[in-house]
Each structure stands twice: as structure tokens, then as C-alpha cells.
Unconditional design. Structure first.
Length: 297
């Protein structure tokens, strides 16, 4: 069903809801450096499963920007928009195990629940003709994992609540698509922002339900603006330029706890990346990870 994992396969998986900004550059660079420092593969996957939020041409712009910064990937780019049949097959399998169930709850019913689903539709067995979401059961168990940067974590699944794998509008949920495709691509190591840390137990739970191996995780600090808000597409973070990548690359090193010599900026982008590979160490982020944020100022 999926590829057998090599010794190290990492990935960068942006959604094409906007161009790359400095925060996404830092995330891409961290995953790239970790893969190359471990003599591994580095894959790029476009997570285009939410068409209403994806401006035309954004995916191509993201790929061109990565190339401008010297972040060249291995193998072909995988587009999640081509993977619907695989997602449907997984959903059908989970329905037969009764670990997945249809949910017809309205937004009004779910308002004020702090994101934890109380199980109103848990006894549903038959898929209704009316619009419905598909939710995965979260049993009374604790998910443990050791993050390579954040350390040891434990999450009580019952406190997370049954989560959605397919939305009521028919779109596939992030947790489903990312778990299925990480397995399909043989991903062994995931480096991403700490804002996705609470997604990890959900993905591990789904992986376990499907018999998938669990990747190793490393969650880096997120980049914030001077007002403390996360630098993100939703907050209209500016796109990074393509014409002169070297200054921002040096600043990205700094955000990752790497102190590059100022003279490095005069080097080629290939030389700058080689310096980064030789000096990459996740442990440099341990102190920053206690704060979980670093500023671009």
C-alpha cells in the first residue's frame, strides 16, 4: 500500500493558500537541512486539498521560490489533489472497522465546545444521505512520543475528542491526507512548526489504526511578528523575494539557532546551504523551544 522506508526520508508539505513567507522558509530550511545532514531524501508535497482557499498559480510560485533559495527536492512533487481514490479507500476501510462514523452535527450544535467533540453521533452506523462528516473514534488511551526538539509528550486521546477525517462539505481533512501520504511516500522524519504539535497525537492514532509506522517528529519554534502574532498566511505575512535569497537565508539560520558569520552572505547560495548542512543541529533549538517562539525582528 505504501513504500518501504529508507534510512531517512523527510518532506516539506506546504498548502498553496499563499506564497512562502519567512516562517515557511524557516520550516522548509529546517526540514531540508535535517534531511541533508542525515544523508537522506528531501521530498516536497503540495497539500492542495482545499480548493476554495488556493489562489491559482500559488503552487507553482511556491516551487519556484524553493528553487530560488536552492532548496531542490528529490523525486517528483506529489499533489494531494491527485490522491482522492487513496483517501476514499482508507475511509472505506475504517468504516468497515467501525472506527469511523458519520456525523451530522451542525455548527450550532458544536459551538462552544472548545474543539473537543462530545460524541453526539458515535452510535451512528449507517451513512446518511444528508451531508455529513466522518469522524475517527478516540479511545481512552494515552499517546506517548518523544519529539527530537520538544522532548517527551503524552496526550490523552479522550481529551482530544473524535476528530474529522472528511468534512461535511466533502473535502478531505488535513489529518487524513497527511497521514496517508506520509506513509505512501515512506516518510521517516518530519520537521515542522510547533504550532502543529497537537496534530501529532491525532496522526499517530490514525497511523496506529491503519498499521502504519510512526515517523520521528521534530517541532521547531514558530516565527512571530513584533506584536507576538504568528507569522502566517492568515495574518497576511509578506511573500519572500526570489531575486536575492542570501540575506533571508542567513536570517533563517539565526532563527534556527545557527550563528552564521556575516561574511557568509557573500557566498553563493549553494555554499550557504552547505554551511548550513555542516552546522545543523536540532539541539541548537532546545533553548528556543522552551519559549516556542522566535522573532523576525
Amino acid at each position: 500500500m505504501g513504500n518501504q522506508p529508507d534510512s531517512y526520508i523527510g518532506r516539506f508539505a506546504p498548502s498553496p493558500s499563499g506564497p512562502l513567507h519567512f516562517g515557511s522558509l524557516v520550516a522548509a530550511l529546517a526540514s531540508y537541512l535535517d534531511a541533508r545532514a542525515n544523508n537522506g531524501k528531501w521530498l516536497v508535497r503540495i497539500e492542495d486539498i482545499d480548493p476554495p482557499r488556493e489562489p491559482a498559480g500559488t503552487a507553482d510560485l511556491i516551487l519556484k521560490t524553493l528553487e530560488a533559495y536552492g532548496l531542490h527536492w528529490d523525486d517528483s512533487v506529489l499533489y494531494q489533489s491527485t490522491r482522492s481514490q487513496c483517501y476514499d479507500d482508507v475511509l472505506e476501510h475504517l468504516l468497515t472497522t467501525e472506527e469511523l462514523y458519520p456525523c451530522i452535527c451542525t455548527r450550532k450544535q458544536l459551538s462552544g465546545l472548545n474543539g473537543v467533540y462530545p460524541g453526539y453521533c458515535r452510535d451512528n452506523r449507517n451513512v446518511p444521505s444528508q451531508p455529513h462528516a466522518l469522524r475517527l473514534r478516540c479511545h481512552d488511551q494515552v499517546i506517548h512520543f518523544t519529539d527530537r526538539i520538544q522532548g517527551r509528550y503524552s496526550f490523552d486521546l479522550s481529551e482530544l475528542g473524535d476528530f474529522t477525517l472528511k468534512r461535511k462539505d466533502g473535502l478531505y481533512a488535513y489529518q487524513l491526507a497527511v497521514s496517508v501520504d506520509d506513509y505512501f511516500q515512506g516518510v521517516t522524519h518530519i520537521v515542522r512548526g510547533v504550532d502543529l504539535l497537537d496534530s501529532t497525537p491525532r496522526q499517530i492514532h490514525l497511523q496506529n489504526q491503519l498499521g502504519y509506522p510512526n515517523p520521528m517528529y521534530a517541532h521547531i519554534p514558530v516565527i512571530v511578528e513584533s506584536d507576538g502574532n504568528k507569522l502566517s498566511k492568515q495574518n497576511h505575512a509578506p511573500a519572500i523575494p526570489q531575486d536575492e535569497p542570501r540575506p533571508l537565508m542567513i536570517k533563517a539560520f539565526s532563527a534556527l539557532g545557527m550563528q552564521a558569520d556575516n561574511q557568509l552572505e557573500a557566498s553563493t547560495i549553494e555554499e550557504i546551504l552547505q554551511w548550513g548542512i555542516e552546522n545543523w543541529s536540532p539541539t541548537a533549538l532546545l533553548q528556543k523551544s522552551k519559549i516556542l517562539q522566535t522573532s523576525i525582528q
